[in-house]
Write a protein that binds this ligand. Structure first.
Ligand code: ZN
Length: 410
């Protein structure tokens, strides 16, 4: 009995205390195939947190090491002659730079509002103000309720008969994603540029700035590096990877059956309120021609399939659209994104939203993107990079929107 109480208190303590990432370091290692096995062994031994996925592609892996194991990990890499470099020197310092002090904003008029990362409360306030300020072309809607009871909000922009769903923040630690969705919404609603006006008239955009509000709140309150939903699974493990939870080869390769894993696929397909909300939105609209799930980081612009190396039926046209998006992105600030299928560009991953909407909801132009950077800051991308990231991303999105208008998305 006493033990149980102590455990319960300890768990409560863990839930309340904020994770301090002081001294945590992110390394990028360039292992050979044999050296890669050493890194995999170190993952369990030294509790490495992989920021890139644990796979061998002949290039690199990014992982975060806690201070207690840092010198052991470095000694091991040196001993086995694994090439590596330090990317994030101290994760807490880099993360602290992203948390900006509470500030009084006039959301309707302060353009600088968009140049910072925001709390969930601020994002929700912004959605309301934005919908009111732009009521001629925009409105807000609630598409579902998160596990902890929060509204999952979307902005509807435009009044065309075909829809484009743009989803941000499903992985909560990828902060540049919601920030990019906010600027994208602003430009789509407010621009008087004839191309955008035309897109607004021909299409309806549904922008979901924070698709996993419980996780996002948790990254601000407790653990900056939280990725999953917040539903308790076992006594010790919380959360499902929402982008492994869709009914697209669910529980297959590239997803974990371990409840504590960051890529845990969940107790069943669509077990999460957050993935159900998106499924139901697209299903109820019935006219969604394009969908994109926006993540960070790695600079990639991808289409189905994720769950298999086989090409999808529309691979040729989706590849062309992706290449056009990547060219448009590059023309803004010179950033190079990779275009290709999810399995081709990253690795085989089952249960993703892009595959589900393509296979099961007839969304031909279904994409997944990874925004900046290529690992130097990773999830701790400084806020000065929000605007340039959004500026290039919106050009990539416009390519997809124009593809719908041109009839390339069915
Ligand atoms: Zn992600």
């Amino acid at each position: 009995m006493l033990t149980k109480t102590v455990i319960a208190l300890a768990l409560l303590g863990l839930a309340v205390a904020k994770v301090d990432y002081s001294g945590y370091r992110v390394f990028r290692a360039y292992p050979t195939l044999k050296q890669f096995e050493t890194i995999k062994t170190m993952q369990e031994k030294y509790d490495l947190d992989f920021w890139s996925d644990l796979r061998y592609e002949g290039d690199f892996v990014d992982f975060m090491v806690r201070p207690t194991f840092r010198s052991l990990v470095e000694e091991t890499m040196n001993f086995f002659k694994i090439k590596y470099e330090t990317f994030v020197e101290d994760v807490e310092i880099a993360a602290q730079a992203q948390f900006t002090p509470g500030q009084e904003w006039n959301i309707a008029t302060d353009d600088a509002f968009y140049d910072q990362y925001h709390t969930l409360d601020e994002i929700n306030q912004w959605i309301s103000v934005f919908a009111t300020t732009n009521s001629q072309v925009a409105s807000q809607l609630v598409i579902g309720t998160s596990y902890e009871g929060r509204s999952i909000r979307a902005l509807k922009i435009g009044n065309g008969g075909q829809s484009f769903v743009i989803n941000c923040g499903i992985h909560s630690r990828e902060w540049v994603s919601p920030a990019t969705c906010m600027l994208t919404a602003k430009w789509l609603a407010e621009s008087t540029d004839s191309e955008i006006v035309n897109l607004r008239n021909q299409l309806t955009f549904y922008i979901i700035p924070s698709a996993n509000p419980d996780g996002y709140l948790y990254t601000w309150s407790t653990d900056r590096m939280w990725r999953k939903t917040r539903k308790p699974i076992t006594n010790l493990c919380t959360g499902v990877d929402p982008n492994r939870n869709y009914d697209a080869n669910w529980s297959g390769e590239g997803a974990s059956n371990k409840a504590c894993s960051d890529s845990y696929y969940g107790p069943s397909a669509f077990s999460e309120a957050e993935t159900q909300a998106q499924r139901d939105l697209v299903q109820s609209l019935g006219n969604v021609k394009a969908y994109i799930d926006i993540h960070a980081y790695s600079q990639m612009w991808m289409y189905p399939y994720g769950y298999t190396y086989s090409a999808c039926a529309d691979a040729a046209s989706l590849d062309q659209i992706a290449k056009n998006s990547v060219a448009a992105i590059r023309s803004v600030h010179g950033k190079v994104y990779q275009a290709g299928s999810i399995s081709g560009v990253i690795y085989v991953a089952s249960g993703s939203s892009a595959d589900y909407f393509y296979d099961h909801q007839n969304v031909k132009c279904s994409f997944a993107a990874e925004l900046r950077d290529t690992g130097l800051y990773g999830f701790t991308l400084p806020d000065r990079q929000i605007r340039p990231t959004a500026e290039e991303t919106v050009e990539g999105l416009k390519v997809i929107a124009n593809a719908i208008v041109d009839g390339q998305c069915g």
